[in-house]
Write a protein that binds this ligand. Structure first.
Ligand code: NDP
Length: 318
């Protein structure tokens, strides 16, 4: 019997098709390097980094791992050209783009020898990203933390529909907190999994200790998608979240919500650890986490659970 190499492992030259999401304020070089050194793919979250910070983070990540790593680049980032130049300057091999039109930067990055993956939340945008020539797609379901699609399609429904629509490699995201869920999304047609929330509650994550603790203490039902009139975002319920709910009840329009949100809320909550006034972006699956763990242990447990689930599954037929 011949076995073919997993498409995501081949595309990125990695051991496991497990990608750590490039979460703003949480994904610095310590986390990305630890995940890459463990056989997955680590990503730097460039959305919360000024250009000089990304430059320094890439240098540190290169010094900490000889394995491939990538950068997550939200396309609505204000200084995007500076980030792109830095990524090309350091020959970062992989870029995950999100929150914007993949037509604009894909060719420039690919001409520099960089693999481009675009994050989408619907079949429509998956088709657009494929047409823009990206190398792979991340399809992220409604369970995911932080910024999210408007259609509320869950990972369980989104993955088979995107799989049917596109022919390029597909990575599933949203609600994947252990190796059993990774196997589930691969059974639905994904070639690999991107994991955010589980890595927020890792030792190496740059999130504030208060936020990490809040993540592992959270329970089922503690997050909700809100602020759809601005950019939809899944938040952990806290006093700031309650202010947003009260504003809705008082009939706040988009302008009033933007004023309430202000600037730098995500930094305040996730990076500075202000659990009252900050924005706490995390996925639904956080309710299942019990401890803050080293990233290497998270990767190892994912693979062990994945393999155990496969061998259990293979013993049953209906
Ligand atoms: P805000 O506008 O509320 O605040 C901007 C924050 O980003 C500040 O905390 C600021 O840090 C920091 N920052 C980093 N680089 C820059 C820069 N070049 N110019 C201005 N600010 C910068 O944004 P959010 O906190 O809501 O979002 C942060 C970032 O997340 C956005 O810049 C965007 O790129 C990204 N984002 C990603 C999305 C996605 O991936 N789907 C969706 C929405 C946003 P400081 O306080 O030190 O000035």
């Amino acid at each position: 019997m011949t076995t073919s190499r997993n498409k995501i492992c081949s595309l990125f030259d990695i051991q496991y098709p497990l990608i750590q999401g490039g979460m703003i304020w949480c994904a610095g070089w310590e986390l990305a390097a630890a995940v890459s050194n463990s056989g997955g793919l680590g990503l730097l979250g460039a959305g919360s980094m000024y250009p000089d910070v990304l430059d320094e983070q890439i240098q540190k990540c290169k010094a900490a791992t000889v394995k491939p790593f990538g950068v997550n680049l939200p396309l609505l980032y204000p200084n995007i050209e500076a980030h792109i130049q830095t990524i090309i300057k350091y020959k970062v091999p992989i870029v995950f783009t999100s929150a914007g039109n993949p037509k604009i930067w894909t060719e420039t990055l690919q001409k520099a020898g960089i693999k481009v993956v675009h994050v989408v939340s619907s079949v429509k945008f998956a088709l657009k990203a494929q047409a823009a020539g990206v190398d792979a797609i991340v399809a992220e379901g409604f369970e995911a933390g932080g910024h999210n699609g408007r259609d509320e399609t869950t990972t369980l429904c989104l993955i088979p529909m995107v799989r049917k629509a596109i022919s390029i490699p597909l990575i599933a995201a949203g609600g994947i907190g252990d190796g059993r869920a990774m196997l589930a999304v691969m059974n639905l047609g994904a070639d690999g999994a991107q994991v955010g929330s589980r890595f927020v509650a890792s030792i190496e994550s740059s999130a504030h200790a208060n936020f990490k603790q809040a993540v592992i203490e959270s329970q089922e039902g503690d997050t909700l998608l809100t602020l759809k009139e601005l950019t939809p975002v899944r938040l952990l319920k806290n006093p700031f979240f309650e202010l947003v709910q009260a504003a809705y009840q008082n009939g706040a329009n988009a302008q009033a919500l933007a004023t309430l949100l202000g600037r730098g809320r995500a930094k305040k909550g996730m990076f500075e650890g202000d659990l009252e006034a900050g924005e706490l972006e995390i996925g639904q699956i956080a309710g299942n986490f019990e401890a803050i763990l080293p990233a290497a242990q998270i990767v190892k447990e994912f693979i062990t659970d994945f393999n155990t689930a496969i061998s259990t599954q293979s013993k049953f037929t209906l």
